[in-house]
Design a protein around this ligand. Structure first.
Ligand SMILES: [Zn+2]
Length: 253
């Protein structure tokens, strides 16, 4: 992996790496990037509408389609890849300050990562919009398979949705605060597979840079933070991330 010599020399000394991941780390697992140039939302505005909280609350047809879309999500059959595994290795070696992800697919946890800060929530749980009850998503999807178009909360009868942050919904402030603290408290910030165009995730890079941490951007496409990054890596994540993790763990970059 090609990084400037000064950064390469610093990598083995990183003791508190904070990592932010986006859709690009999951494409090797067969999960499409919804926002990228070839993204589902970019090509199909109606798909984006399914992820708007306003439309979801107002339109039973949107909810019916949203449940089918959750059931058919490629993440249910997806396996974590070498990029996910590299971050598990960093964590197990005690070198990871935090793993923050914009992804909702749960693949970091399936790979073995603990304490993942999921700033956009998770598709692996459903949440009741009235009483807040959280239920494993497969249980609710079983009701969809059994013929319910829009399964209500089993406790209060309220509308349920996936425990993800839809357009128009606020982020979880506790998760966001933990992410900001981790960005400010790291000695290396690594942004992987994210276009860094969605706030506040993107601003975490600046928090880290202002706190004096080197920034590595690993993404196939240019990002608005490339100019302030200490290294920009365009190689495929499935190769570059294991190489970078190995460099931190004492191997060659
Ligand atoms: Zn409820």
């Amino acid at each position: 992996m090609d990084v400037p010599p000064q950064l390469a020399a610093a990598l083995p000394h990183a003791r508190a790496v904070t990592v932010l991941t986006g859709a690009g780390i999951s494409t090797d697992s067969g999960i499409p990037d919804f926002r990228g140039p070839q993204g589902v939302w970019t090509r199909d505005p109606e798909a984006a509408r399914l992820s708007s909280i306003g439309a979801y609350l107002a339109d039973p047809d949107v909810r019916r389609r949203a449940w089918r879309s959750r059931r058919d999500h490629p993440a249910w059959d997806a396996e974590p890849n070498a990029g996910h595994a590299a971050l598990v290795a960093l964590e197990r070696a005690g070198r990871l300050r935090a793993l923050i992800t914009q992804n909702i697919d749960g693949l970091h946890q399936r790979a073995g990562s603990a304490g993942v800060l999921e700033i956009h929530g998770t598709m692996r749980e459903a949440v009741c919009l009235v009483c807040g009850l959280r239920t494993p998503m497969p249980e609710v999807l079983a009701r969809v398979d059994a013929g319910e178009d829009d399964p209500p909360c089993p406790v209060c009868g309220g509308l349920q949705k996936s425990a993800t942050i839809s357009f128009g919904q606020p982020l979880d402030q506790d998760v966001l605060d933990a992410a900001i603290t981790a960005a400010r408290g790291c000695d290396l910030f690594l942004a992987v597979g994210t276009s860094l165009t969605v706030e506040p995730a993107a601003g975490l890079c600046l928090e880290a840079v202002r706190a004096g941490a080197p920034l590595v951007v690993m993404n196939a496409e240019p990002t608005p933070y490339d100019e302030v990054a200490d290294a920009v890596v365009r190689e495929p994540i499935g190769r570059a991330l294991p190489a970078l993790a190995a460099a931190v763990l004492g191997g060659a970059a």
